[in-house]
Design a protein around this ligand. Sequence first.
Ligand code: NAD
Length: 480
Amino acid sequence: MTTETTVASALDVSALVADLRAAQPAWESLGLEGRGYWLRRYRTWLLDHADELARSLQEETGKTWVEANIEAPYVADVITYYLRRAPHLLGERRHRAHSPLTLPKRQVEVRRPFPVVGNITPWNFPLALSLIDVVPALIAGSAAVVKPSELTPNTVRTAIDGWAAIGAPPVLACVSGAGESGAAVVDEVDFVQFTGSTRTGRAIAQRAGERLVPYSLELGGKDPLIVLADADIERAANAAVWGAFCNAGQMCTSVERVYVEAAAYDDFLTRVVAKTRALRVGTPGPDFNLDVGPLVSDAQVEIVSRHIADAVDKGARVLVGGSISGKLVQPTVLADVDHTMNCMREETFGPTMPIMKVDDLAHAVALANDSEYGLSASVFTRDARRAREVASRLEAGAVNVNDVFANLFTATLPMSGWKKSGIGARMGDHGLLKYTRSQAVVTPRITPRRELQWYPYSRLRSGLMLRALRWAAGGLPGDR
Ligand code: NAD
């Protein structure tokens, strides 16, 4: 991982967005079919270059080979999904008159894109998070600029160069640099898409609010996993270990807190400890021989080490892991934790799994909701009715039943953080529609010289119009 030092000045960003703005109308007028042609070609390019992109991702982030290889096909899948879905969402909608008085008007709703979308992204899934939100924007007819994390700029730049390499219209660009460049993007674009920390999300929302441009924020999380006593404990333990340590715990939807009903607690702990001990930790190469790689930066290591030390100081036990060497943090299971500890309240974003014993379902739900975050959650039980009951009581944008972050791979469903985990949503219908504005187009079916409500006002014409309005507003006989 190298920190990018080139910073795009506000002037650079302004000129680049002006170029995108100039190219966007031609892109929009290509229509869905014309834009689809380029998106299909780009999908082929991504899959043809998946190996090269995976190597670059691994070099920048230290990801395991499996995790580095997921990102390009994941983006390709999102292209396929939205190309299939877009005709249903973007087509003109003819509306029927809601009242007899509007019968003489043809009413059409058209979806028009925001001209330029800015997408500011983090380092943990650099390629996927830079492109999955840009794909629907391009399909909608917007131009887009991506500002990748300064920690991981190279793979994203290579992927965006790929757009130019296939000869596609110049409606996708990349900006270098850190927060300053991100802020310059927010100052220029017509819609801001952001994935990153809650702290930065708040700063972006404030600036976008001043400019009165819309935004969508995908922010931090502190996802709980609840294990009820009747669960398949083996599956729950496997899921918890993968959910907590995948990508070295550097996932917004990582399992960051586990609540286990007392009757299943000891069994769950024994299994989780054995499975965690068996994980192969090291610095990965292009091979499938390791399960957990290093953290991306010293700053991340510092947070994890602080959370473990704070938990131990306050009485937690380290059942496995706990040691740190450079950026390699051994996957760490903490027991006897409680909500006074930072590891249960702040986002850790590292390979820790704090586990707490709970009395019952109500206790688990109360603790799971005792967080400023509400990204996603998991519940393990063999009772489908209880699972739905837990889901209906959890304050989270997604609930995975007997699973962990399975919703990330369901393109049809919205991914939306509740509370301080976000505003708006990606994926699903909203993930495309948010880049568009509704335009109402009204055309009279008959064109007399003047309408009843136009000038001049008179007792006869205006009185007639107001009587008709009152009659229609009262509803037809069936409505009364
Ligand atoms: P970060 O907020 O530090 O940075 C994210 C991006 O914002 C970077 O590109 C950065 O340069 C830019 N930035 C920083 N200050 C800015 C400003 N004032 N104006 C505009 N842009 C600015 O986050 P990070 O450390 O890169 O990523 C980790 C965070 O991302 C975690 O909190 C994690 O939970 C979150 N995340 C959320 C999701 C999700 O889908 N909800 C997914 C992945 C990561």
